[in-house]
Write a protein that binds this ligand. Structure first.
Ligand code: ATP
Length: 628
């Protein structure tokens, strides 16, 4: 069925319309009047007509019967009136026009333009069904000729008078056709828009439902239907809508509301008013199952953690040095970065070995792959094995369902940094050697071979060679690791860098503590230079942190530095003399007690690295059972 259907009430109108619309496949003409006209309109709509055209009584009846269908009424034009008046004039005698007030008002304006105001008497009927009364009135007024619609004409002729049909001429029909075509175009645009919006709102995985000011649902996507339908048959009946309508009326928003649906599912709902200009035009709600929300959060956290497996430091940072000894090491490290071989970084605690590992990875061809750092001293041996190699489901009691991907696998395509390699248990040393030789791993409890493409960077503050000699480190592993060796100098060998680090750390703590310390006086810097820094850069970092927390003025003074250095017990960071071991143990136990057993915090209190604390604890016979 064509999109535009004209319900023409007369044969001549129907044929005129057919002529005017010839060649336009979108238009079809049906000739029918009154009840038959309504039936024809209904049928046309059922067959797909999208805009209807009609006229007069029939048009009014169609509008009442099909209020939701766009309907264009053919209006009378000046030409129609002129044609009727000319016909009446030819017949002779007084002329009356009987029609609805609305039509007469339109005609009056036309008459005025044409200058024929008093050519015909106008008799208004408030309803087409009252045409008889109108014609009677015209008869009483002495009309010889009555102009009106078909019913009026029939009635006039029944009275023996001349009836003249007020016909729609080509101008009015053309206008109605044009209007209908425009309506059709707008309708199509609106439909395309609605389809676009529907596609968009259906493409998201949360529910969207909107209501207008009258409370009618104006948007409802698939997910909202899924969430709201089961309990209530149709989402329109859902009690949740009452709430949404209320938010629309109040123009208020509520986000993150957790509500329970009747079937027990919990959903996170955001209610938002829809405002157009200054007016509230309704409300929209987004709904998401809490479970789904949690899933997304978990996935996001995993993703963030994965991204966390990136190198955070580069050579640019390391190059901020004035020490020739450092420059040599950096040059070596840069060259090592390009070679895809195992690197062993040696140096005292806190000299920045981990920084080198990050920088080497970041400058290596593997830089777009993961960088996984593991502190072998911070994790108990048994846990370390499963952390590194992963395990199969059911490998041991307490093993996670689905097993676990080990760090070697996670580092695939990138670099794994094994810090404090000297602390690695013997059995693990053997397994690590296999990884280095075979480039493959087995998960615990699984005999499937998993090839891994990783580069190993190891670090230690121990003398590995001495450990080999003492039989505490596997010789074969030592030689595997000792391919490209870097020796990072201690801070006392690069004292010219102390002012640089002080500046850098002051900036850092200014930000962290929201302070505005400008610097340190020269005497203070000289005191720092005279100190031997057993804890190296980490110790300097802690000292500056403490000075910053205590600094009274805009510049850190020598007196403050002196006091801080004197107060530094720092037993744990120094290679303890035998007599000092007991005091060191007391300090450690004290710090642990103050930190409620939290080792990270205790390490901070002692001003030593976490791994150093782990090592000391082990030396003291206190086995570490968590990585807190
Ligand atoms: N180039 C640097 N710039 C700024 N800070 C640095 C730099 N190098 C080291 N540090 C500081 O020293 C701390 C220790 O560095 P890092 O962890 O790399 O040392 P490490 O030699 O690996 O120590 P450990 O052997 O105890 O693990 C860092 O947390 C940082 O505060």
């Amino acid at each position: 069925m064509p999109d535009i259907v004209v319900i023409a009430t007369h044969a001549d109108w129907a044929s005129l319309t057919r002529q005017l619309a010839a060649g336009d496949n979108a238009v079809s003409v049906v000739q029918a009047r009154l009840a038959a006209g309504v039936a024809a309109a209904r049928q046309a709509v059922a067959e797909g007509a999208r805009v209807l055209i009609s006229r007069g009584v029939t048009c009014g009846m169609i509008a009442a019967a099909l209020p939701q269908v766009p309907l264009v009424e053919v209006k009378f034009t000046g030409f129609d009136l002129l044609r009727a008046l000319l016909e009446a004039q030819a017949a002779g005698g007084p002329v009356a026009i009987v029609d609805r007030q609305e039509v007469l008002t339109g005609l009056a304006a036309i008459e005025e333009i044409l200058g024929v105001q008093d050519k015909a008497r106008k008799i208004a009927i408030d309803d087409y069904r009252r045409y008889r009364a109108g014609v009677d009135q015209a008869v009483r007024a002495g009309a010889a000729c009555i102009i009106g619609n078909q019913a009026v004409v029939d009635e006039a002729e029944a009275h023996g008078l001349r009836g003249i049909l007020l016909r729609s001429g080509p101008e009015g029909i053309r206008h109605a056709l044009e209007l209908s075509r425009q309506m059709l175009t707008i309708q199509r645009m609106e439909e395309a828009n609605a389809r676009r919006i529907e596609t968009i709102i259906n493409s998201v995985d949360y529910g969207i439902i909107a209501v207008d000011n009258a409370g009618a649902v104006t948007a409802l996507n698939r997910e909202a239907r899924r969430l709201l339908t089961p309990a209530h048959g149709a989402p329109d009946n859902h009690p949740f809508l009452t709430k949404l309508r209320r938010y629309g009326r109040l123009g208020e928003r509520l986000t993150g509301s957790i509500e329970r649906l009747e079937d027990g599912r919990e959903v996170v709902i955001n209610y938002l008013p829809i405002t157009v200009g200054d007016e509230t035009a309704g409300a929209v709600a987004t709904l998401q199952e809490l479970r789904q929300f949690q899933d997304i959060e978990r996935r996001t956290r995993q993703e963030l953690a994965r991204r966390g497996r990136l190198a955070r430091h580069t050579f640019l940072e390391l190059e901020e040095t004035a020490a020739p000894a450092m420059r040599t090491v950096i040059d070596e490290a840069r060259r090592f970065a390009e070679v895809d071989a195992t690197v062993l970084i040696q140096g005292e605690t806190g000299v920045g070995k981990e920084y080198f590992a990050h920088a080497i990875h970041a400058a290596s061809p593997r830089r777009y792959g993961p960088f996984v750092a593991v502190n072998c001293a911070a994790i108990p041996a048994t846990v370390l094995e499963s952390e590194l190699f992963g395990y199969a489901e059911g490998a041991f009691t307490g093993a996670k369902k689905g097993g676990k991907v080990g760090l070697f696998e996670q580092a695939h395509g990138g670099t794994i940094f094994l810090d404090e390699i000297g602390e690695m248990a013997e059995e693990l040393q053997a397994r690590l050697l296999r990884v280095l030789q075979e480039h493959e791993i087995y998960r615990i409890g699984d005999d499937r071979v998993i090839p891994v493409d990783i580069r190993v960077i190891a670090a230690t503050n121990r003398d590995l060679r001495a450990m080999v000699a003492a039989g505490r480190f596997r010789e074969d592993l030592y030689y595997r690791l000792d391919v490209l060796t870097l020796e990072v100098p201690p801070l006392r060998a690069r004292k010219q860098d102390i002012p640089l680090f002080v500046r850098k750390f002051i900036d850092e703590f200014n930000q962290k503590y929201r302070r505005n310390v400008r610097g340190m006086d020269d005497e203070g810097l000289a005191l720092l230079a005279a100190y031997d820094w057993p804890g190296n850069i980490r110790e300097l970092h802690n000292v500056v942190g403490r000075l910053m927390a205590l600094a009274a003025g805009p510049v850190i003074t020598a007196a403050e530095v002196r006091q801080c250095l004197e107060r530094r017990l720092s037993p744990a960071d120094r290679p303890a003399a035998p007599g000092m071991k007991a005091a060191e143990a007391v300090a450690i136990r004290d710090a642990l007690a103050r930190a409620n057993g939290n080792k990270q915090q205790a390490a901070r209190l002692l001003g030593i690295g976490r791994s150093t604390l782990w090592r000391k604890l082990r030396e003291m016979g206190i086995e570490s059972d968590s990585s807190k």
